[in-house]
Design a protein around this ligand. Structure first.
Ligand code: GLN
Length: 286
């Protein structure tokens, strides 16, 4: 079979299974199965043994996330290792990391804490793109933090400034007390999905529940996160929290109601949906 025919058949199969981007997924799986870059696929002659590809397509049709099948997830300038047990980083979170990087660009050695880091996407991107940053990545899920550590070690091996990986719960009043009042930015993509939300099978069946569910209004963990952030941040320090599209009003309101924060702003993602809230811890003397 030619790559062209294999891709046409696989694309139909994935489309029939309800996969959102069937052609792209088919191409990425064929490239992965053959160990070649995606751009080279159509220059290849016949594929002698498409067995591995067929197996991957069957799993994708069964709604296993593409990134679990390739084992990799692109995020900004990095490619992270992912698989069962860790939340697959999403493109919308790239904007949250970008906001943090913009805001710390002028600081020579900003102290940044990523709460609920999962694969390490935000923390490792900050360290990669701002070599002076002193980044701590916190994760409570023992399965997820195994992936954080793999990615952190790989980035350090590649020459990035090492990120400190810490097992801990972002709502724990005893978390990182040594940094109290000394953090420049607290950033988080916390679990924020309301309990009654319906999620695609890729998410519901494969992302870790601890990374997703946030109680009746999705904001249970965020309430604890705000207390932690207010304690860790220095006066004037910055907070960035990702949220669900339905929380573009409720999350900023929660930050305002918490007290101590100023300049509470909500930001859209690339699709124009409300996606993350930022704020600044008040300076004590204002
Ligand atoms: N954005 C995720 C989703 O697609 C949810 C992420 C989260 O709760 N942090 O379901």
């Amino acid at each position: 079979m030619t790559p062209r025919d294999l891709l046409a058949t696989a694309t139909r199969r994935l489309a029939d299974a309800g996969v959102e981007s069937p052609r792209v997924d088919a191409e990425l799986l064929l490239a992965h199965a053959l160990g070649v870059p995606r751009q080279r696929l159509l220059t290849l002659a016949d594929v002698a043994d498409p067995g591995r590809f067929d197996d991957l397509v069957a799993q994708r049709a069964d709604r296993v996330p593409l990134q679990h099948l390739t084992g990799r997830a692109p995020f900004r300038h990095l490619e992270l290792a992912v698989g069962p047990g860790v939340f697959v980083p999403r493109p919308e979170t790239e904007l949250v990391a970008g906001w943090v990087l913009d805001r710390v660009a002028e600081l020579p050695a900003p102290v940044v804490v990523d709460l609920g880091t999962g694969s390490g996407a935000i923390a490792l991107s900050v360290a990669h793109e701002h070599p002076g940053a002193q980044v701590t990545a916190v994760e409570r899920d023992p399965d997820a933090i195994a992936w954080t550590r793999v990615n952190a070690a790989a980035r350090a091996d590649a020459g990035d400034t090492p990120v400190t990986v810490l097992a801990g719960d972002m709502t724990d009043p005893g978390l990182l007390t040594d940094l109290d009042g000394g953090v420049d930015v607290v950033v988080s993509n916390p679990p924020y999905v309301p309990d009654d939300a319906r999620l695609p099978r890729e998410v519901a069946d494969h992302d870790p529940p601890l990374a997703l569910w946030g109680g009746p209004d999705g904001l249970d963990v965020v309430r604890g996160l705000l207390r932690t952030a207010a304690r860790l941040l220095r006066p004037g320090g910055l907070l960035a929290i990702e949220h669900a599209d339905a929380q573009g009003t409720s999350l900023p309101a929660l930050v305002r109601a918490h007290g101590g924060f100023t300049g509470v702003v909500d930001h859209p993602d690339l699709a124009g949906r409300p996606r993350f809230t930022t704020a600044q811890l008040q300076n004590r003397d204002v």
